[in-house]
Design a protein around this ligand. Structure first.
Ligand SMILES: Nc1ncnc2c1ncn2[C@@H]1O[C@H](COP(=O)(O)OP(=O)(O)OP(=O)(O)O)[C@@H](O)[C@H]1O
Ligand SMILES: [Mg+2]
Length: 275
């Protein structure tokens, strides 16, 4: 990944660890995880638990961090497949669930719906029909693979992220874990083009869910007879929101490169024979 170019091995490793912690903390906190950023970093680096915090929160963090590792590995693949998506689901839903209607590592087996309250409207909206998921997700994977190109500018990457994210959550192919997986997979074009991931800030959960809700209210749910994504103002608005969130990971990358520069400078000075 190009954003790591020019960094020494230790700085590279530390930067990847920071991104893994930030991504895991922000995404699981959106889902309701109660561990702070510091606690998340501690659990991941020490393998120890935080007293009084739910076991589920620890497991979700471990699973998500492993899912981040898998996403970093997927960047090198030529084509992302259904099996890759199922593997991510198995990592994110790190539980033994004995319920045939809650499959782990497979598409949903029954329909699901969401309540949307935007402004003064409240509506219940059904996601894509479960029997259409295999075909819809084949189309979605086609879109993902088409968006993954080594040379893309930030503006295009934000659009790719928004398109992939909005269409994934509008389909809602799994019974659970859709948000976390959307926030992971939609980043593949950014990583492929050499940029760090867009990490949706958990403090901005309300803005995030409102933007998704507005899109869903306006365009409804994808089906085999409709477009996967409806371009326009709402996609643009979501991509501007994502741009603001992107600053956090971009600034971690900037800090790592600044540290590298000052290290290189100090080393070159210490080798200067005139000193
Ligand atoms: N109105 C909506 N239409 C489509 N998708 C929505 C809507 N509201 C929320 N979502 C998406 O669905 C996600 C929740 O779905 P789900 O519970 O399957 O995912 P999760 O990963 O378990 O939870 P979370 O996304 O909250 O971390 C939200 O994070 C968001 O991405
Ligand atoms: Mg959930």
């Amino acid at each position: 990944m190009k954003f790591l170019d020019g960094l020494s091995e230790d700085i590279k490793k530390n930067l990847l660890e920071q991104l893994r912690v930030l991504w895991t903390h922000a995404s699981t906190a959106i889902e309701g995880n109660t561990l702070s950023l510091g606690e998340t970093a501690f659990v991941l680096s020490e393998g120890l638990t935080i007293r009084g915090k739910p076991l589920k929160d620890h497991r979700d963090i471990e699973g998500h961090a492993r899912a981040v590792d898998l996403v970093f590995a997927l960047v090198k693949k030529d084509e992302i497949t259904v099996e890759d998506v199922f593997e991510l689901h198995r990592l994110v839903i790190d539980e033994q669930i004995l319920d045939v209607y809650k499959p782990v590592g497979a598409w949903k087996k029954e329909n699901n719906a969401v309540n949307i309250a935007v402004g003064d409207q409240q509506r219940m909206l059904e996601f894509s029909n479960f029997w259409e998921i295999p075909q819809l997700m084949e189309r979605w994977l086609h879109l993902l693979n088409a968006e993954m190109q080594p040379h893309k500018e930030p503006e295009d990457l934000l659009k790719s992220y928004a398109r992939l994210h909005l269409s994934f959550v509008a389909i809602h192919p799994f019974w659970d874990g859709n948000g976390r997986i959307a926030r992971l997979l939609s980043n593949l074009p950014c990583l492929k083009a050499g940029y760090p991931p867009i990490i949706i800030e958990n403090e901005r959960r309300y803005d995030y869910l409102t933007a998704i809700g507005e899109y869903q209210l306006a365009h409804g749910t994808p089906s085999l007879n409709t477009e996967l994504i409806h371009e326009g103002d709402l996609v643009n608005r979501f991509s501007s929101f994502c741009e603001e969130c992107w600053q956090q990971s971009l600034s971690l990358v900037e800090q790592a490169h600044a540290l590298q520069q000052s290290r290189d400078y100090t080393i070159s000075q210490s080798r200067d024979p005139s000193l």
